[in-house]
Design a protein around this ligand. Structure first.
Ligand SMILES: [Cu+2]
Length: 212
């Protein structure tokens, strides 16, 4: 019984190989199908003059990137809040949005477009970070103006805020032998820069303060 089933399967496989196993069809010709714009959403922090780069990639019918089709053109539907140049670089003008940035590419008579939604948010002089009991700084990155203040709120688990060696960083909060729990501590950032920090107790806890 079992043997006859195996024989039947083997016979069927032989038939299938005999029918088509010896031929190969040519690969399908790539057809320009989609223009993928990345990232599809972005946030510009502060205005005017902060920037983010968009990229437009033509894709074929299988979702594979195509080359040699030329460069996309770019447009903004709300130049009062964000503009885009011929290279896809978006620049904030005023807080608002989301602004729809459209990339467009015509190749072989086919035009495809893709979009990204860009929101322009205000840059604040203050930011709040929670040093969570779940072993994370949240949010991991905050942005403030020069002279602004960040306040870390420590939950029940003790942590440190230990700045990496960057000139202009404020004093650390807590030490390995005396970490901080269940209170809020603020630090002022007088100068622009990117200040990374970590927790001495939990090496996976890292964060960044970007001062503009
Ligand atoms: Cu920690």
């Amino acid at each position: 019984m079992r043997g006859s089933v195996v024989s039947a399967v083997a016979a069927l496989a032989a038939v299938l190989v005999g029918c088509g196993g010896g031929t190969t069809s040519p690969p399908p010709v790539p057809v320009f199908t989609t223009l993928q714009v990345t990232p599809d959403t972005a946030t510009l922090i502060g205005a005017p003059g902060t920037t983010t780069q968009l990229t437009a990639t033509p894709l074929d019918q299988n979702g594979s990137a195509m080359s040699g089709l030329g460069a996309a053109t770019w447009s903004s539907d709300d130049a009062a809040h964000a503009t885009v140049n011929s290279s896809g670089l978006v620049t904030s003008v005023a807080v608002g949005g989301p602004v729809t940035i459209t990339g467009s590419l015509t190749a072989s008579g086919v035009t495809k477009t893709g979009t990204s939604k860009v929101t322009v948010t205000a840059l604040s002089s203050t930011a709040a970070v929670t040093a969570e009991a779940a072993l994370a700084f949240s949010p991991a990155t905050v942005n403030i103006t020069a002279g602004g203040t960040v306040t870390w709120t420590f939950q029940s688990v003790a942590h440190t805020v230990t700045f990496d060696a960057v000139a202009g960083a404020p004093a650390n909060i807590g030490t390995a032998s005396s970490p901080v729990a269940s209170q809020a501590v603020s630090r002022m950032f007088p100068t622009a820069g990117t200040f990374t920090y970590h927790c001495l107790i939990h090496s996976q806890m890292t964060g960044t303060v970007v001062v503009h």
